[in-house]
Write a protein that binds this ligand. Structure first.
Ligand SMILES: Nc1ncnc2c1ncn2[C@@H]1O[C@H](COP(=O)(O)OP(=O)(O)OP(=O)(O)O)[C@@H](O)[C@H]1O
Ligand SMILES: [Mg+2]
Length: 503
């Protein structure tokens, strides 16, 4: 088989869930040696289409032809053995096992006497890891690896199955820039070997940077497929959202008021040290830095989910101590966590119950929860954030990844906090909703709320912040006003290279 030869055809795939037409007559063609971006808004059907391919869902209609042969895979295992591997966003690794045990889980090489042949396993693992140019000791425990390395182990596993098709569902969403570059190198290596890669992403620069071809889905339907070089950015956005995005970073002028939150000398030994800054009403303060700089840890300490060794926190001039996140919430300081699935969302509960959870008192009237008020608030936020669900009674685990994130954000906003801390608020969120969330942030500031935003995306930090503080290895290395900030200056602080004249 030569490059560019069609390796897979999905024809007229149709997939319905009760009430939701997730994939509506979609055809998808994949060629050897190509990186094929699959794009579209949150809920467009990208993950579902790929889950149909790997046998997790059985479609209502359609046909799959793999290497010229019509196939019907019964489950992920059978698909993988046949040579198609999907790397899920939350990969199912066994954290307390080693890298090599994870790669060969369930198909461990055996010695003559029938026990596990660890020596062989070690050698084989080294070979596959080498093949994709990754330096990880096969004997490391997976729990000790960074997310990026775990990701690479998943790819190694796919390679060990001799996968000819590798599907990556938003692979870069938890990676730092260096790690993303590392992943791209691996993707290029795989491509050079003639593998076909399906790359699901919301990040335009990745689509234009590493992908050869792009297929666009919208509302479960096929819109277009072409070589990336034949499409420009605005055409792509237009095909994804089919409406104009008025402005990418809709920062409104807001009146910056008094200091509301102030932290002095926050220290958590070995994690961060002597962090002091303040946040004013009406202000959006960007918290920048590289991954691992301690940004999340600092805000965790502020809201009381991490213990401080030293330091003081003041709210409107009064010293406060948040022993638990509940204390912070009671004081009107709320955080939207980075890992929304783990910390934010009640997956088994409905969209409505998740949104209302934080502010049920708003629905009380005369001692009773009023259904009409419940409806009012849940639909208000479903509209504001364009949450795509069958109805407000849909269970959150059935929502697409991005829509789950929107539900968490809706809940926080519904609680009407005074200080809002957002940790990577637009990660995994499509271009259109990203602009919506930015608009909301802007409006919150105009209403006099104080917003603290952690973001790894420099454009987002530069576009939305009134002021920017930068952390490097647990220390605050710089503060920049909106007018003096640019990507280069932030990066200098972020890598710990302080220049006196920048002060
Ligand atoms: N198991 C399920 N039960 C019911 N509905 C589902 C299920 N899985 C997905 N859906 C619905 O199907 C639609 C497509 O979801 P899918 O997860 O494929 O979107 P996506 O394009 O991957 O979006 P995202 O970018 O947010 O990850 C959504 O409306 C979602 O709510
Ligand atoms: Mg998805």
């Amino acid at each position: 088989m030569s490059d560019n030869e069609v390796i897979l055809e999905m024809k007229h795939i149709d997939m319905r869930f009760r009430g939701v037409h997730a994939v509506d007559d979609v055809s998808f063609t994949l060629r050897r040696g190509e990186v094929h971006a699959l794009v579209g808004e949150n809920g467009a059907g990208k993950t579902t289409l790929m889950k149909v391919l790997v046998g997790l869902y059985s479609p209502n209609a359609g046909e799959i032809v793999f290497e010229g042969v019509p196939v019907k895979f019964r489950n992920v295992g059978a698909t993988r053995t046949a040579g198609i591997c999907m790397i899920f966003q939350e990969f199912n690794q066994v954290k307390h096992l080693t890298v090599m045990e994870n790669i060969y889980l369930g198909r461990e090489p055996k010695t003559k006497t029938g026990s596990v042949n660890y020596k062989q396993m070690f050698e084989d693992s080294r070979v596959v890891l080498n093949k994709i140019g990754v330096e990880i000791d096969p004997k490391t425990f997976v729990r000790d690896l960074t997310v990026a390395k775990q990701q690479l182990v998943e790819i190694a596993k796919a390679v060990s199955f001799n996968a000819r098709i590798i599907i990556m569902d938003e692979p870069t969403s938890a990676l730092s820039d260096t790690e993303i570059n590392r992943l791209f190198e691996t993707v290029r290596t795989l491509k050079a070997e003639g593998k076909a890669i399906v790359f699901i992403s919301h990040k335009l620069e990745e689509i234009f940077g590493v992908c050869d071809r792009v297929t666009i889905l919208r509302d479960g339907r096929f819109i277009h497929s072409d070589l990336v070089k034949n499409i420009n950015e605005s055409e792509l956005i237009h095909m994804m959202v089919d409406r104009e995005i008025s402005e990418m970073f809709p920062k409104e002028e807001s009146e910056i008021g008094d200091i509301t939150l102030e932290v002095k000398g926050l220290t958590c030994k070995g994690v961060f040290e002597d962090i002091s800054f303040n946040l004013r009403r009406g202000e959006i303060l960007g918290l920048s830095g590289l991954m691992g700089a301690g940004r999340t840890e600092v805000v965790e300490a502020i809201v009381g989910s991490r213990k401080l060794d030293h330091g003081e926190i003041f709210l409107d001039g009064k010293k406060i101590v948040n022993r638990m996140p509940g204390d912070a919430i009671a004081r009107g300081i709320i955080m939207v966590p980075e890992d929304r699935k783990k910390h934010g969302l009640a997956l088994k509960m409905s969209v409505k119950d998740n949104i209302l959870m934080s502010a049920l008192h708003k629905c009380l009237k005369g001692g009773y929860i009023r259904k009409n008020l419940e409806k009012k608030y849940s639909s208000e936020y479903m509209t504001k954030l364009d949450i795509k669900a069958d109805s407000d009674r849909q269970i959150c685990s059935n929502l697409s990844g991005g829509n789950q994130q929107k539900v968490v954000i809706a809940r926080i906003l519904n609680a009407d906090p005074n200080v809002i801390i957002l940790d990577e608020p637009t990660r995994g969120i499509d271009v259109k909703t990203k602009a919506d969330i930015h608009k909301l942030m802007s409006q919150l500031a105009v209403q006099g709320k104080a917003v603290l935003m952690i973001s790894s995306e420099l454009n987002e930090v530069l576009g939305m912040s009134d002021r920017i503080i930068v952390l490097h290895e647990g220390k605050l290395t710089g503060t920049l006003k909106r007018s003096e900030a640019n990507a280069e200056r932030i990066m200098q602080y972020a890598i710990g290279k302080m220049e006196e004249e920048v002060h």
